[in-house]
Each structure stands twice: as structure tokens, then as C-alpha cells.
Design a protein around this ligand. Sequence first.
Ligand SMILES: [Zn+2]
Ligand SMILES: [Zn+2]
Length: 369
Amino acid sequence: MGTARKARAAVVRKTGAPWTIEDVEVAAPREDEVLVRMVGTGICHTDIACRTGFPVPMPIVLGHEGAGVIEEVGAKVTGLKAGDHVVLSFDSCGKCHNCEQHQPAYCFDFYPRNLAGMRSADGSATVTEAGLPLNAVFFCQSSFATYAIARAVNTIRIDKDLPLEIMGPLGCGIQTGAGAAVNALGVKAGDSLAIFGGGAVGLSAMLGARAVNAGTVIVVEPNIARGKLALELGATHVINPKEITDVLAEIKRLCGGVNYAIDTTGIPAVMGVAIEALLPRGMLGLLGVPPPDATLPGNLFSMLVRGVGARYIVEGDSDPQEFIPRMIGWYKAGKFPFDRLVKKFPFDQINEAAHASETGEVIKPVLVF
Ligand SMILES: [Zn+2]
Ligand SMILES: [Zn+2]
């Protein structure tokens, strides 16, 4: 079998510490794995959350929106070969009830496969430093490194004429937003949608809704530059809650209410507005991370009489092997300009890139190697 590779990885030593670029070794791929040379990787909010407190083992190599070129495939991998351009997504078991129902984002084995820091099969490490194991296998990739180990199930081959550097975010943030609208809520031509929060996930939801010819698409976002971009990319209306304090009244004034809503803010009061903005039989998709003690902020009687609901959505209900090619099809047809959300940074500038995302200055930072 193959050999381990010397690599450089961005390591978080302990919760809250900055990323430091360190020399590491990435293991040779096992029989069901692939070794990918990273070309570009997005930074997702989950990476930032894990650096600053979401419980993951430390020290760790994060990164889960990788794109690159396969250098080596394990003996039992079919359908992939060295030289293929690939986007990496999340891992799933393929065998549990939800995997069998084509809902791999709800795999019963999701946590150990994506967040435990080691191979779920035997607890072994894919990344070592001076012979000692580092936590990695983050979303079965740990793409903040020049090489990554992934499995065939979370490795999606793409055409070589696509801009590989910026394709990685399709594997998480962009599929989370677009999939929430199109897969989970089932937004169709003519449907109305209100999106609360115009960051990478919210604007991806807007792009997904546009790609399927939704009707009214409202983005509620206080950042003026983001609001402007939302209008440019196809939102029919933008509401700035700093200028218009009664957002609910404004949505009703614009269109009488919406079939669907998506919250990316995690702010309970905002979710309460989103629930009230729904037309009968409406559904609110929840994507934002709430405070740990928050409860659902809706009046149950008001929900009952309209027959509306709210549900959390993971990874846009996407099966990455199907949905990433679908988004790429929209992109090639000029209907899904996700590249307009991206700003590139050199890999070495990972801390600056993450900071630019946290301040709202950049929507989707992508590190290039
Ligand atoms: Zn499963
Ligand atoms: Zn993510």
C-alpha cells in the first residue's frame, strides 16, 4: 500500500487558540479511503465554532469544505481514481435507517464519523505530528491541511473544467443553505420564502430558491453590503431590520406572508417573527445555532390555526453525491452564482480569513494552497 505524506496543517492547540501552521504527516489511505491533495477549502461557521468552544477534542485539525485532486485511492474504492478533481463533504455509514432513506445528514453514526477526531472504525489517527496522533478526521477530511484522508462516500468527483479552488464550500455551507430551501422545505417555482440572515448559508438558500424559480424571496439582513449583494443575486426584497423595526409588518405589507421561512441567526426573537410571517401550511427551517437554554419562541395557538411548523435542518437534507452535482448543474447554467459569495485567501492567512468572516466583511472565505 501507499506511504504517508509530509504535510502542513493548521492546528488548533486548545479551545480559543489561533490556528498555527505546523508540519505533520498524513497517513496513507486505507482500503476504503482516498488521499486528496488540497487545492482550496472554505471556512464554515462550524470550524469557527469548534475553534472557540463547540466541544471537539483538542488539539485538532479542522476544515470541512475541501476541494482537491486525488493522489491515491484504497484498494476497495470504486468509481474514483488518482487525478480526479473532487469536492469533500460529510461522512455517513450507509447502513442505518436514515442512510437507507437517503438522508445521510441524519446518520445515526454522524457524530463519531464527523466530529470525534479519529477514525470511527478503530480510533486510529489519520494525522500525526512527530509520531504522536493529532485529532483530525473532521467531517472525515480535516481539510485545513495540504493533504486530507477522506472516504469514497464523502468524496464527490467533479468536472476538470470547474474552478477547483472555490468548489469546496458546496460540500457544507452552500449545500446547507440551498438544500434547506430546495430539499428540506421543498421550495418550488412561484413559492415565497423569507430568509433571516444574509450570510453564506442564508444567501445560498436564496440562490437555491432562485435556481428553482421561486417567487418572492425576501432577505432580512442588517449588513448593507450583504443586502445589496442579495438584491444583485436575485432576492426580490431586502429588509434591513436596523431601519425597519417591525419586520413582520413589512413582510405582510410586501406579500401578505410567506410559504416558507429560513432562520440562520439562531436568535429566538427572530425565529418568533419568522413563525408569524408564515402563511397557512407554512414551514420554518431552522439552521442557526441558538443559545443553549433557548426554547422555541412561538405562540402554539397561532401555529395551530395556520397549521404551520418549524424544524431543524442538517446539511440541507442533502445527499452530497446527488445534490452537489445538481448545484454544479445550476452553476454551469448561470443560475447559481455561488462564486460571488467567495473571497480567496492564502492558506497561511487562515486566522485573518476567519476573522473577516466573523466581522461580516467576507461572506465565504476560501483558503487556497
Ligand atoms: Zn447511517
Ligand atoms: Zn459547515
